[in-house]
Each structure stands twice: as C-alpha cells, then as structure tokens.
Design a protein around this ligand. Structure first.
Ligand SMILES: Nc1ncnc2c1ncn2[C@@H]1O[C@H](COP(=O)(O)OP(=O)(O)O)[C@@H](O)[C@H]1O
Ligand SMILES: [Mg+2]
Length: 250
C-alpha cells in the first residue's frame, strides 16, 4: 500500500448490486482499494467478477450503493453533481475495450471531445487553439499524425485504441483508467498499446488497468484481484491460467 501522502485515489468498502428482474446481483461487497500517485496498478479477476463495475465506480461514472471514493482527498460522491462531473471530465481519463469513438467525427475531432464537454462556449472558443495543438501533439506521440482527418472506421483496432488513449489524455487527467484496453486486439497491436501505457506511466501518469490476462498485468507495478466482490492482493492461482510472474518491470 502506498504511504498516506502519496495516495491519489482511495476507495473504501464499496458495495454495489444490480437488479435483474426480482433478483439482486451483488457485485461489489466491501471492495477497498488505494492507488498511489504515479502508480501503475493492474486489477485482475475473472469475467463477470465486477472489474468494469469497480472501474466505473472509482471513475465517478457510476455511484456505489455504499462506500466512498476519494480523489486527492475529495469525496467524489459527496460533492454536488457539477463538481463530480468536473472531476470525471478533467481529472479522470477512460480507455475502454471497445474504444467508444464517435463514428461521424474524424480522429482529431474525437480527441477534442473532452475539451468541449464541461467547458462553456466562451471558454471553449478561448482555449480551442491550445487544445487543438495538444490533441495533435498527442496523436503524433501515438503515431497517428498522418491520420488526423480519417474516420474511426478507416482504422485498425490498435489505431482506434491509440485515438481513445489520446482522447483520455487531452485534459491531462490525474488518473487514467483502462478497462481491458487490449482485450479486443491481436498480440502485436496489444503490445503497442501496452508500450504506450508503460511509457505514459514512466512519465508520471497514474494508471489503473483492468485485465484478465496475467501477462498484461505483469507490466504493472502492483496487481490486485477482484474476487467475490472484494479486492485482494494475494494471488490465488485459480484466478488465472498462469500465475503473475512479476509485479515489477524495473
Ligand atoms: N448495468 C448492469 N445491469 C445489470 N447487471 C449488470 C450490469 N453491469 C454488470 N452487471 C452484472 O454484474 C456482474 C459484473 O459485471 P462486470 O463488472 O461487467 O464484470 P467484469 O468486468 O469483471 O467482467 C455481471 O454478472 C454482470 O452481468
Ligand atoms: Mg468488464
């Protein structure tokens, strides 16, 4: 566990259930988690164990039934909705397994979406040029500078995911959350995405990545498991086909 002053995110005793017809499916049952500033944390767990649910809750996308999430000491579900929206938009970047790009927008426009959301029209007009420059810079860094005007459908899966990473980084979030970012990619494209995440983390970006793949999790500094609605740091060999080889890549 990171020392107190280095904690960026702290999730405590999260509970969450979904109602399916008359049945309550209890997904999170007292899950707690701390993420240190600058840390690259992997969250593993079987399909259906609640990894995406946990990520949505710590990313302030979805409230828990019980428990708290604090980012830099701010309790995100105890603040007015506007404050929470601001945190979600400015301080947290999301990368999803299926990219979630807007098909009618080109790459540059897709990356600029978080720059428009949550800004007033005047602020957007004032900051547009700077944000555009930043978006181009990010796309260059991710090797897509020659595709700015292309639509997502003209790209491979790996390229789409790189656009999604650029979009997630536009507002320079304190925390980057990635939900099975390589889950839909072939090995080579997946490796390129992971190399980018490692490089970002080396530059100081805090990352929480959900994966069910032990080889992918091995790139993180630390790996925790979600099982029966709780987060454990102990490795249970039955949770993965292969044990996690290493929690350190340095
Ligand atoms: N919006 C929802 N409504 C009802 N059930 C859901 C919803 N989202 C997830 N679930 C259920 O919660 C459980 C955990 O899902 P999820 O968090 O997506 O797991 P994972 O990402 O580990 O595969 C699953 O049983 C899933 O069917
Ligand atoms: Mg999932």
């Amino acid at each position: 566990m990171p020392a107190d002053r280095d904690v960026l995110l702290s999730a405590r005793d999260l509970h969450k259930a979904y109602q399916l017809g008359r049945v309550d499916v209890s997904v999170l049952r007292g899950a707690s988690l701390e993420v240190g500033r600058g840390e690259f944390l992997a969250v593993m767990g079987r399909s259906g164990s609640g990894k995406s649910t946990l990520l949505h809750v710590i990313g302030a996308l979805d409230p828990p039934d019980r428990g708290s999430v604090t980012l830099d000491g701010q309790d995100v579900f105890r603040m007015p909705p506007r404050g929470r929206e601001r945190i979600r938009n400015r301080d947290i970047g999301f990368v999803f397994q299926f990219y979630h790009l807007l098909p009618e927008l080109n790459l540059l426009e897709n990356v600029l979406v978080p720059g428009m959301v949550g800004r007033s029209l005047t602020a957007w007009v004032r900051q547009r040029r700077g944000l555009r420059r930043k978006a181009i810079e990010l796309l260059e860094k991710l090797g897509l500078e020659h595709r700015l005007q292309h639509r997502p459908r003209e790209l491979s899966g790996g390229e789409r995911q790189r656009v999604a990473i650029a979009r997630a980084l536009l507002n320079e979030p304190r925390l980057l959350l990635a939900d099975e970012p390589t889950g839909n990619l072939d090995r080579a494209s997946g490796k390129a995405i992971l190399d980018h995440l490692v490089e970002l983390n080396d530059g100081g970006q805090t990352i929480v990545m959900v994966t069910h793949d032990a080889d992918v999790a091995a790139l993180a500094h630390r790996c925790v498991h979600l099982k029966e609605g709780q987060v454990t740091s102990r490795h249970d060999p039955r949770d993965a086909e292969r044990p996690v080889q290493s929690v350190s890549r340095r």
